[in-house]
Design a protein around this ligand. Structure first.
Ligand SMILES: [Zn+2]
Length: 176
């Protein structure tokens, strides 16, 4: 018959074995990096690479002026519309663009002042003075400054209301 001491001995041995096995299976390591830290680090690394490629690229000159920082662009909700895309890429019914592809003869804006480029429409064109003033007021109300770097202006992108579609469409129609 097994005595009390024997039971205690078996009990102690078993618990020692269990502890040892547990330690073996789930080794406590203090120099392992948590999963979240690795994910954050890799995301940062990816963004740095993306930024480097974006900065070094010779493509997307106009978009780059609006969005110089990949990180900032991703952190911002931008109201995508055909007009907005046309303005931030330069690929739209702007006369300078259409002229570049030999679709129309002259790149000059119907205002007669300059070529109808993105910069001209945003900053100078007197055809959209009312829309520009409206935009400037809203940018200033939101704490922004005018004149502004295009990238800074887009911090208030929800107020970007140049609505160029109608006017640009018409301006092209009138002069072709
Ligand atoms: Zn103009």
């Amino acid at each position: 018959m097994l005595g009390q001491r024997t039971f205690r001995y078996i009990g102690q041995r078993t618990s020692r074995q269990i502890k040892a096995a547990a330690l073996e299976d789930r080794e406590v390591v203090y120099n392992k990096t948590p999963r979240e830290v690795i994910l954050t680090r890799e995301k940062e690394r990816g963004l740095d690479m993306w930024q480097q490629q974006w900065s070094n690229s010779t493509k997307g000159r106009i978009s780059k002026a609006f969005f110089p920082s990949v990180k900032r662009r991703l952190s911002r909700k931008v109201p995508i519309s055909p007009e907005f895309t046309a303005m931030t890429t330069g690929h739209g019914k702007l006369r300078a663009y259409l002229h570049r592809f030999r679709i129309i003869e002259s790149p000059i804006c119907p205002c007669g002042q300059q070529e109808q480029t993105v910069n001209h429409v945003i900053f100078d064109c007197n055809i959209v003075t009312r829309q520009r003033n409206d935009m400037i007021r809203k940018i200033q109300e939101a704490g922004g400054k005018w004149p502004t770097m295009r990238s800074t202006g887009l911090q208030t992108s929800k107020y970007f209301r140049l609505r160029p579609r109608y006017r640009l469409h018409n301006s092209v129609k009138h002069q072709t």
